[in-house]
Design a protein around this ligand. Structure first.
Ligand SMILES: Cc1ncc(COP(=O)(O)O)c(C=O)c1O
Length: 434
């Protein structure tokens, strides 16, 4: 019998569960491994969900007309025309991305580094991803020249790349590829006849309103699928809701048929009460806009304060422009880390930080980078408080970094990093193996 496909647990969710076990066992942990947004649900949104609890029928596979129309209008306000008939809603953008990879078929080119699930999802489909490096400071979008080379080489080797995934803004780097790079990526995708799958789940979390992320759908409207959801901007990951906008073209219509077919076989329809609430949120009433604005400011303040702690000990950081992530590189500290702690890889560094200090972070290898890389992905979105009261106060604060509970987390990280880089003689062999 053939071996079943290898199935791995999502690195972020696995790290989160491991940290929760440590906390339950009474250890002090600081959870910066997953990008779950630790903020309360906007009360008006919560009321919409509660009021819709009686909705118990499946409804259309692609999602309710109200949600598809609201999502289309949401995209139109961001300069992307959208036909509700080409919008597909699902239980999160993650299953939509998986269904899209399945619907497009063939191999997929991915930015390196990129979000933990793209390569893992490709693996579930029996596809080997084609990793393509990104340009410095412009995570989430493969270098267009390298994409050309990689796809051409893959085809020459008999492989069948049919899509490229981009993340705008980017997880894990917190950066945004420049519009010129996105345009060149689109030109390459057109030349190579690739579908562009643009994951824009962080598009509302760009710090500077004047410099939004520009979607590839602007430059390659005929071949770009855009996905997003409410997990990041409104912190409702557990509600499981996401939307995909398919291109108004032959490519888009063929994909729509296949995507809806996949959806019908896997999740049947998105959760009806959640759709009601999501439809309201996507219309962006003033309280939603204000809530997202406040959360964006909070992410920016805390992520920047955290970045300063890492920079202070000599880690390299690219300026972050969005999300709640930073991606410090400990390469300048390689010699010290090896001499003092016998750390030679990102995984060892992350393991040391969790075991010695209860600090949960993810190594770059989880994002497809070589094991030797000493980069870590730091998510600051769980540091806003332990109670809804604290989190609400964090959202309202003009200087959230001064709040005692946020300050305490920042101080703890500062203390850990100081200890990590403190010059000390290598520990004796006996102590290491004790
Ligand atoms: C880049 C990226 N895409 C998609 C998702 C998943 O979002 P959803 O909750 O909509 O499935 C995440 C969540 O961390 C993410 O970081």
């Amino acid at each position: 019998m053939p071996e079943p496909t290898e199935v791995t647990m999502s690195a972020t969710l696995a790290a989160d569960e491991a940290l929760a076990r440590r906390r339950l066992a009474g250890e002090q942990v600081l959870s910066m491994a997953s990008g779950e947004i630790g903020l309360p649900v906007l009360p008006a949104l919560r009321a919409k969900l509660a009021a819709a609890a009686g909705l118990n029928t499946y409804g259309p596979v692609a999602g309710s007309a109200a949600l598809r129309t609201a999502a289309a209008d949401y995209w139109r306000r961001r300069g992307l025309s959208a036909d509700p008939g080409l919008v597909v809603c699902g239980p999160g953008s993650k299953p939509l991305l998986f269904a899209l990879l399945l619907a497009v078929g063939g191999d997929v080119a991915l930015p390196m580094p990129s979000w933990v699930s793209y390569a893992a999802q490709a693996g579930l489909l029996g596809v080997r991803p084609i990793p393509v490096e990104t340009l410095p400071g412009q995570g989430g979008v493969p270098d267009p020249d390298r994409l050309r080379e990689a796809v051409t080489a893959a085809r020459a080797a008999g492989r069948d790349p049919r899509s490229v995934v981009v993340t705008l803004p980017d997880n894990p780097t917190g950066t945004i590829a420049r519009p010129g790079t996105v345009r060149r990526l689109c030109e390459a995708a057109r030349e190579l006849d690739l579908v562009v799958i643009s994951d824009e789940i962080y598009c509302d979390l760009v710090f500077d309103d004047a410099q939004p992320a520009v979607s590839p759908a602007v430059f390659a409207p005929e071949r770009t699928v855009v996905t997003t959801g409410l997990t990041k901007n409104l912190a409702v990951g557990g509600w499981r809701t996401g939307v995909a906008r398919l291109p108004d073209s032959d490519i888009g219509r063929a994909l729509h048929t296949r995507l809806v077919g996949v959806a019908s076989q896997i999740w049947s329809s998105p959760a009806a009460p959640v759709q009601e609430a999501a439809a309201w949120a996507f219309t962006e009433p003033p309280e939603v806009v204000e809530h997202i604005r406040a959360s964006r400011r909070l992410h920016e303040a805390v992520a920047r304060a955290m970045a300063a702690r890492f920079a202070a000990v000599g880690a390299l950081l690219t300026p972050i422009r969005a999300t709640c992530y930073l991606y410090p590189d400990f390469e300048p500290l390689r010699e010290h880390l090896e001499a003092a702690h016998r750390i030679t890889s990102g995984a060892e560094l992350a393991q040391h930080l969790v075991e010695a200090y209860g600090l949960g972070l993810l190594p770059a290898s989880a994002f497809g980078e070589p094991g030797r890389s000493l980069r870590l992905r730091v998510a600051t979105s769980r540091l806003y408080g332990d109670t809804d009261e604290q989190r609400t106060a964090a959202l309202a604060a003009t200087d959230p970094v001064a709040l005692p509970w946020i300050r305490a987390s920042l101080d703890r990280v500062e203390e850990v990093l100081a200890d990590l880089v403190a010059s000390r003689a290598p520990r004796p062999e006996a102590a290491l193996h004790a």
